[in-house]
Design a binder for this molecule. Sequence first.
Ligand code: CUA
Length: 347
Amino acid sequence: MAHRRLPAAVSWASLAILAAPLLVVACSGDPYPQSTLHPTSDTGTSIDVLYRQIFWWAVVVFVVVQSLLIYTLIRYRNRPGAAEPKPIHGNTLVEITWTLAPAVIIVFIAVPTIQTIFKVAGDPPPGAVQVEVIGHQWWWEYRYPELGVVTANELHLPQGRPVALAITSADVIHSFWAPKLSGKRDAQPGRQTRLVFTPDSVGTYLGQCAEFCGESHANMRLRVIVEPAAEFDAWAARQAGPPVPTDSTQALIVAGEEAYKRIRQPGNHSCIACHTMAGVSGGVLGPNLSHVGSRTTIASGILANDSAGLARWLKNAPGEKPGSLMPKIALTDDEVAALVAYLRGKQ
Ligand code: CUA
């Protein structure tokens, strides 16, 4: 039978297609944006060390079992005239070996696993930065009770200081997961779970709600921004104070605030019904917008926080995030422009 060889051009084309994702990854800066195998905190490192230990135990078990299997298949295969192999049923030495060996391996896996569980879920050290993390359909609320800061979706943390996240939910079960920093932790209504860790490297780390929570579960992203401690303190001080006005024209900002407060018929839709704004007040159903201009993204990380992103969101929130509690509101282009200027000014 003749083998048909693929033309060289086809082989090169398939190679190029296979390599394309690698190139995309190489161009995007951090090649492992959501990898638990590249930890950047103390508990992340503990989990990684445990994972690698268990991985090598699994390699040992795999190699031993497969070697025995292959040896047995070859050594005792059916051959014409070969004698029946001797049964080993009731062989005490073999029975003891294959009972004890897995038991010993399980002990070597269980002890470090339990140690790591206690380490990760332990009491926060004194002086830890306390953050209340509240999952909502479909965004994250962060409250720093000691610092007087309330923000959304982008969690700022100081490098080298222990942090204690107290995690809960306002509606259904979510799961807070920033893979490079720590393991997952469920956010459950009426219950508080905890994550304690010390971030060790400055950077922006991506995360994601990790528990199916409805239509826009996949759009419930998050970012953790780890800054040098002094920068974090400055950020917290700015967030706790009134928003600093920016250079947008004053008239547009005034029009934006007017549009922000306006109640629209039908549906009584108004921004302040659901969103708190420092100095204007408002509801708590949606993210606190007091310093919304200082965030890099909006809508839990699915849109850039620039004029185009804000305008898209204001014009049709459910179109960007299916099921969004923020409805589609009938806004004129002038109102959108004024609201964008007003919100971008909230630094
Ligand atoms: Cu929240 Cu999935």
